[in-house]
Design a protein around this ligand. Structure first.
Ligand code: NAG
Ligand code: NAG
Ligand code: NAG
Length: 553
């Protein structure tokens, strides 16, 4: 009876059947949306969504290291807290301890004559934390299995003019298998290659966005930039809390000036978010005529500009009304040996470093690996083993709500202080040097060494001429001998921490810099001729105490 009446009902009421089916579909869809945490707005917005929906040309190809290749077997659950009593060097080495930044595209810019000297060490070190990395040069080549893109292959040659001469020479020599640098890394007649560099930044931005149109952040660095990757997590989480990457444009870096125009210095790296990219490319990547026009316009700007980072800043301002937002010293344009150590930066976190030789990068890597133990495999709230393996990608635009409540002031940032202790404090000469038979002096001296004092202040003949009024005798004497220069710093300038003497030059500084060896052939007299550096250990120790009081530990 029941069965009969049901059959009867189904047959006679197609509307009811339809309604049930529609209701079922809606229920399934809601469950799906809830289960996978997909926001409806994300489905409606053409830019948003997952990489799986990308057209083939935008899919990461071989030039992108997938996370399975970079960080093979680290899982969150296996990470036991490391007892602090064990000295760092005895701890087992775990690869890739920083959570991979799936949602940041790292774009490295370099040149054909230097790429082999610089970029391999980047790929071996911090790049493993950036699963979406692209390498650009001015020559199409490979680094191992990495594809390197020629940033200049599509630029408007008629607008770029004569500057492309070097580019053509390089292509030709490469075809001939002639080699672009000799065994010592010298580039001979191609040393003007840097003149090409200014054309690259805007085409690199276009190409990077074309390949990864859906990332939250795009970070652009040079081939001699080091990254302190672990500090980027708290930096980007805080930034995301304040500025939605989809709607609040960000263009940040270390601001430098040319005249009154500010730009994000390329070697320090600059950060651009999705919202800023959309302002630059309002129609995305579909309007090729627009993109060609953009490239052409800024190739023209580049042809009478000094540098590519300046050209890019012009584009950001002209096209999107986005001037550089300065975040120094997080973005650092100098190397550890040329950074002035001082109260202003000592307790601040560091994000990048620049002018690094491969050995500096290797040391930065070892330094960061050791420092990571401070945070014991820190991961953002909501991070799962699937994120660790890259099966599920961490998106700043789809952060789990509990991330917003994370107290990041507890995060143990890697500070300038840590870098100072690792790189400088141990190496700085601390023993006061006295000449034979002399009983005076407060400085520890190193000959054949340039401690970069002169970048802060210098006495020389021209400077004395420029000085107004009566000039004290000690200033006039300072650049006449090593002893007078040393005395100027030790006796006449209370805050002077260090000095540098070379014939007719006396540099002095109230900030501490380590500096580098001056190239020379070894004889003591020759080394002395190249330059002599002195530091005043007593004053430096007092300064260190002051700095440390602000961030002990
Ligand atoms: C390129 O420059 C021309 C002329 O100044 C301008 O009309 C056009 O809008 C610019 N296009 C882009 C994409 O910058
Ligand atoms: C975060 O942690 C710091 C240090 O532990 C504390 O001083 C601060 O009040 C905390 N902030 C919030 C919002 O809980
Ligand atoms: C290697 C180097 O940069 N040396 C510098 C040392 O200091 C003098 C000025 O006193 C500079 O001119 C040199 O370039």
């Amino acid at each position: 009876m029941m069965a009969h009446s049901t059959t009867w009902g189904w047959r006679r009421s197609p509307l009811l059947v339809c309604s049930i089916v529609v209701l079922f579909v809606l229920l399934m869809q809601s469950w799906f949306l809830f289960r996978y945490n997909v926001r409806v707005s994300a489905l409606l917005h053409p830019f948003d969504g997952l990489d799986a929906a990308l057209p083939a040309y935008a899919q990461p190809a071989t030039y992108t290291v997938t996370i399975t290749k970079a960080a093979p077997t680290v899982t969150v659950t296996e990470a036991a807290p490391i007892p602090s009593a064990v000295p760092a060097e005895q701890l087992p080495k775990t690869p890739a301890q920083v959570a991979p930044l799936h949602d940041v595209v790292l774009s490295i810019k370099t040149g054909g004559t230097v790429i082999f000297n610089r970029v391999p060490i980047q790929l071996l070190t911090f790049v493993q934390y950036f699963p979406n990395t692209l390498v650009y040069s001015d020559l199409k080549t490979k680094l191992g299995d990495w594809e390197v893109t020629d940033a200049l292959s599509h630029i408007s040659a008629d607008v770029a003019g004569d500057s492309l001469k070097h580019w053509r020479t390089m292509q030709e020599l490469n075809l001939q298998g002639a080699g672009l640098a000799d065994a010592e890394g010298k580039v001979g007649d191609l040393k003007e290659g840097w003149a090409l560099d200014r054309f690259k930044n805007v085409p690199i931005m276009i190409e990077t966005y074309r390949r990864h149109p859906r990332a939250s952040y795009y970070l652009f660095i040079d081939g001699d930039t080091s990254m302190v990757t672990s500090n980027w997590w708290p930096f980007l989480l805080e930034l995301t809390k304040k500025h939605d990457p989809l709607s609040s444009p960000i263009y940040q870096g270390s601001a430098s000036n040319i005249g009154s125009f500010s730009f994000g210095h390329g070697g320090s790296g600059y950060l651009i978010n999705q919202a800023a990219m959309r302002k630059m490319f309002p129609k995305g990547m579909v309007d090729q005529a627009f993109l060609d026009d953009l490239e052409r316009n800024y190739t023209k700007v580049a042809s009478h500009s000094c540098c590519g980072d300046v050209v890019l800043a012009h584009a950001m301002v002209d096209r999107g009304g986005m001037p550089i937002d300065s975040k120094g010293p997080f973005f650092q344009g100098d190397s550890w040996w040329n950074v002035p150590w001082k109260e202003d930066n000592f307790c601040k976190p560091v994000g990048t470093m620049h002018h690094h030789l491969p050995e500096d990068m290797q040391e930065m890597w070892e330094f960061e690996q050791a420092m990571l133990r401070k945070n014991d495999m820190w991961r953002p709230a909501g991070w799962t083993p699937q994120h660790e393996q890259g099966v599920v990608k961490w998106r700043f635009t789809h952060m789990p709500p509990e991330v917003r409540d994370m107290n990041l002031s507890d995060y143990k940032h890697i500070l300038y202080r840590d870098m100072y202790d690792w790189f400088v404090a141990q190496r700085l000469p601390r023993e006061v040097t006295r000449e034979e038979g002399e009983d005076w002096g407060d400085s520890a001296v190193r000959i054949g060494w340039d401690n970069r004092s002169w970048t802060e202040g210098e006495f020389n003949e021209d400077r004395i001429k420029e000085m107004e009024g009566e000039v004290e005798q000690w200033k006039k004497d300072a650049f006449t001998s090593e002893k007078d220069c040393r005395l100027a710093c030790e006796k006449h300038m209370e805050k002077c921490l260090q000095w540098f003497y070379r014939k007719d030059h006396c540099g002095y500084s109230e900030h501490l810099k380590y500096g580098r060896r001056l190239p020379h052939d070894g004889k003591a007299s020759e080394r002395r001729e190249r330059g002599v550096s002195g530091w005043i250990p007593r004053r430096i120790e007092e300064e260190e105490k002051k700095w440390r009081a602000k961030c002990p530990g």
